[in-house]
Design a protein. Structure first.
Length: 240
């Protein structure tokens, strides 16, 4: 064999060996270090399970605990229940049925009670300061010594309601229906009674100083010794 033939044979052998090594490497699985970063699944990247919606408080639960602050109780039926001293501050009770419900000394400060039914409910001594009672029905309700300071009672119905000695300071009764209601000794300082119907209402000894009586219907209302918006009494002198 001459030298040229030997060199050609060695070149062919070297080429075959190199090709065999490349094929073997291509058939081996990639090591962990070669896995792309974007293909890794970190613990924090896993999707969180959907959060279950918080169930509404039931009447039975509320009767047991008598505490539900900032709860969604809209449309709930609590009629006839005894929730005296319950704390329902800032809860949503819109369109709820609270007719004939006992809420004596209950706390409903800042509660949403728009379009709620509180007909013949007993709220003596309750705190409903800053509550929204727009369009609510409080006909024949017992509201003796209640606090409705800064509450919104626009378009509310309070026919024959008992509001004796109630704190109604800065409350809005615009277009409210208060026919034959008792407001004996009630504090109505800065109250908005614009276009309200107080016909036949008992306002004896009520304090109406700086109240808005524009368009208010006071026909047949009793105003004996009431303090009028200008600070004088209905009789012309302030009795106290």
């Amino acid at each position: 064999m001459n030298l040229r033939t030997l060199l050609i044979a060695m070149t062919l052998l070297t080429t075959c060996l190199f090709s065999a090594v490349k094929v073997r490497q291509s058939l081996q699985p990639p090591v962990a270090a070669e896995v792309a970063v974007q293909d890794r699944v970190e613990p924090g990247d896993r999707p969180s399970p959907p959060t279950a919606e918080k169930p509404k408080t039931t009447p039975a639960q509320l009767l047991q605990t008598k505490t539900c602050i900032r709860c969604d109780l809209s449309g709930i039926d609590l009629s006839g229940m005894d929730l005296s001293r319950a704390n329902l501050s800032q809860s949503n009770l819109a369109r709820s049925n609270l007719s004939q419900t006992k809420l004596i000394n209950a706390t409903l400060r800042g509660a949403q009670l728009s379009a709620a039914s509180l007909k013949a409910a007993n709220l003596q001594g309750a705190n409903l300061g800053k509550a929204n009672l727009r369009g609510a029905d409080l006909s024949q309700a017992q509201l003796l010594n209640i606090s409705l300071s800064q509450a919104n009672l626009k378009d509310a119905t309070l026919k024959q309601a008992e509001l004796r000695d109630a704190n109604l300071r800065n409350a809005s009764f615009e277009h409210a229906h208060l026919q034959s209601a008792s407001l004996y000794g009630a504090i109505l300082i800065h109250a908005n009674l614009k276009n309200a119907d107080l016909s036949g209402a008992d306002l004896r000894y009520a304090n109406l100083k700086d109240a808005n009586l524009s368009g208010t219907n006071l026909s047949n209302a009793r105003l004996d010794w009431a303090i009028m918006p200008d600070g004088t009494s209905y009789q012309g002198t302030t009795p106290y």
